[in-house]
Design a protein around this ligand. Structure first.
Ligand SMILES: [Zn+2]
Length: 218
């Protein structure tokens, strides 16, 4: 009987590679799926447009804002529907406000994610260079945007991973899990959260099945 083992064989903030030995493939696949669809990140999901004289529609601007990965401090925020504020607007535990106020004066201007001002100093776009819109001279863009926690299950914009794959290892009983981050979380944070999700699902399943009663002579 060979004993199961797991080792991290590569680690950087953007990428983590884990080797599993003698562990059923479906367990490793579960981790991969949970990493993609159930590890929450913050993403802009509500935009109050105050001024938009660009050629881009408000909805298109909002869509683009949703795709900007935001650095997410794990465990600090709660999902909007689980927050005790019970407010549609949200509170400091379930949403972060980011504002932008930009104008092209005499020249065409590319507005980038670096111009977003966050009310929370830790929650910021992972890069300052993501283009949002091009403004022609005298055009303005001004809005308030609300970022909230969500998961890839709800919308792809909340996925923390830019890649998540399971590969065969060198030996027969070896499998490799590769997780790459879009920057909202570190690759390690994604892995840890996936493992916690899997453990809590297994625990719930155990509770349900332990209450299973098999009737006699049904
Ligand atoms: Zn709240």
């Amino acid at each position: 009987m060979v004993s199961p083992s797991v080792d991290v064989i590569e680690k950087s903030p953007e990428r983590i590679v884990v080797k599993f030995n003698n562990i059923p493939r479906q367990y490793v696949n579960s981790l991969r799926r949970l990493a993609i669809s159930e590890v929450p990140t913050l993403s802009i999901d509500d935009v109050v447009m105050l001024e938009n004289s660009s050629v881009m529609h408000d909805e298109a601007v909002a869509h683009r804002l949703g795709l900007i990965p935001l650095r997410t401090d794990p465990g600090r925020f709660v999902m909007p529907h689980e927050c005790d504020c019970k407010s549609t607007l949200g509170c400091s535990k379930c949403r972060v406000l980011l504002v932008l106020d930009s104008e092209a004066t005499d020249k065409t201007k590319v507005v980038t994610s670096g111009e977003l001002v966050s009310e929370d100093e830790l929650v910021k776009p992972v890069s300052k260079d993501i283009p949002i819109i091009v403004l022609a001279p005298n055009q303005k863009l001004k809005f308030e945007a609300y970022a909230r926690l969500g998961t890839g299950k709800d919308h792809a914009k909340w996925q923390p991973t830019s890649a998540a794959v399971v590969k065969d290892g060198k030996d027969e009983n070896e499998m490799i899990l590769v997780l790459e981050s879009n920057g909202a979380l570190t690759a390690e944070e994604i892995l840890v959260a996936s493992v916690e999700k899997l453990a809590s699902k297994v625990k719930n399943f155990k509770q349900v099945t332990s209450s299973l009663k098999i009737p006699k002579n049904a």
